[in-house]
Write a protein that binds this ligand. Structure first.
Ligand code: C2E
Ligand code: CA
Ligand code: CA
Ligand code: CA
Length: 279
């Protein structure tokens, strides 16, 4: 048994070394990705459940490596967070969102609000958040066009100063959405800590709500909670007509998901907006 235990340990260690190596390699590739123009943003539309009208987009980061193809943000964001690269990437994201929104405004297109994700690690740095928010302001774009998505756990980690800074921007029009609502350990505390405008119901609840009564009840309760607090609710990951119908029935404000629209590259997003404007 001892022998086996040893073998197992060696096996784990080899596996770990390999993982660390892979991670270092990924981090190295990522550090040059911005300059090699392998990063870009995609924009996933969000719609009003009742009217079906476009209300905005969520901006999502993409990394397309020439040999490895698309690398998921679920893979590279954690590496960027661990290796101290997330602040720079977060700034890059905000800059690109500003450039894009600037173009839409110049074209006279109506698009509502554009939201983007702020990493928990990014939110832990007061300087980083300050830099990001002042970037939004200096773009000259009215702040009500922007929304930042913050997860519950990220909010719990944020300092009082950071929360205060965020609030001062909220007073100037910036919107805050609590992302993946219901998946953290402290949904209610988050609601008290942050003056959010929106709750985003996590995709996992939407995915199972038609088959799982608990999930259906959680969705229902979240919508009711948001309504009584005067917040807007967005359902994420809506993949079917049936899901949309139930959400609409329960009074959910907005929906986002493959059934309604995939994330689109810049050019496709502009074409989409032009088409909508012509209607
Ligand atoms: P998230 O913020 O929860 O983003 C929603 C994810 O769900 C996106 O995955 C989106 O493409 C996907 N999605 C949207 N509709 C559907 C649907 O109907 N079905 C399914 N199965 N999926 C759907 P994506 O783009 O791969 O991003 C994954 C996560 O990576 C995001 O989760 C977010 O946490 C993070 N991420 C993405 N972009 C950024 C970024 O610019 N900065 C930071 N810090 N994190 C980002
Ligand atoms: Ca999000
Ligand atoms: Ca989410
Ligand atoms: Ca999610």
């Amino acid at each position: 048994a001892k022998e086996q235990g040893r073998g197992r340990f060696v096996f784990y260690q080899a596996e770990m070394t390999e993982r660390v190596q892979k991670e270092a390699e990924l981090a190295h590739m990522l550090s040059s990705a911005r300059f090699l123009q392998q990063l870009y943003m995609v924009y996933q539309p969000q719609f009003d459940c009742e009217s079906g009208l476009l209300v905005g987009f969520e901006a999502l980061l993409r990394w397309e490596h020439p040999e490895q193809g698309l690398i998921s943000p679920l893979t590279f964001i954690p590496v960027a967070e661990k290796r101290g690269m997330i602040d720079d990437i977060g700034i890059w994201v905000a800059q690109h969102v500003c450039l894009e929104v600037g173009r839409w405004l110049e074209d006279g297109l109506s698009f509502g609000t554009v939201s983007f994700n702020i990493s928990p690690v990014q939110l832990r740095s007061e300087k980083g958040v300050e830099c990001l928010l002042s970037l939004l302001k200096s773009s000259g774009i009215p702040l009500h066009h922007f929304e930042v998505e913050i997860t519950e756990s990220a909010c719990m980690d944020a300092s009082d100063n950071t929360i205060e800074l965020l609030e001062s921007y909220v007073n100037q029009g910036l919107k805050i959405a609590i992302d993946d609502f219901g998946t953290g350990y402290s949904s209610m505390v988050t609601l008290r800590k942050l003056s959010a405008c929106r709750l985003k119901i996590d995709r996992s609840f939407i995915r199972d709500m038609l088959h799982n009564t608990n999930d259906e009840m959680i969705v229902k309760a979240t919508i009711a909670l948001a309504q009584s607090l005067g917040l807007e609710v967005v359902a994420e990951g809506v993949e079917s007509k049936e899901q949309l119908a139930v959400l609409k029935n329960q009074g959910c404000d907005f929906a986002q998901g493959y059934y309604l629209g995939f994330p689109m590259k810049s050019g496709d997003t502009i074409n989409f907006l032009r088409l909508l404007d012509r209607k």
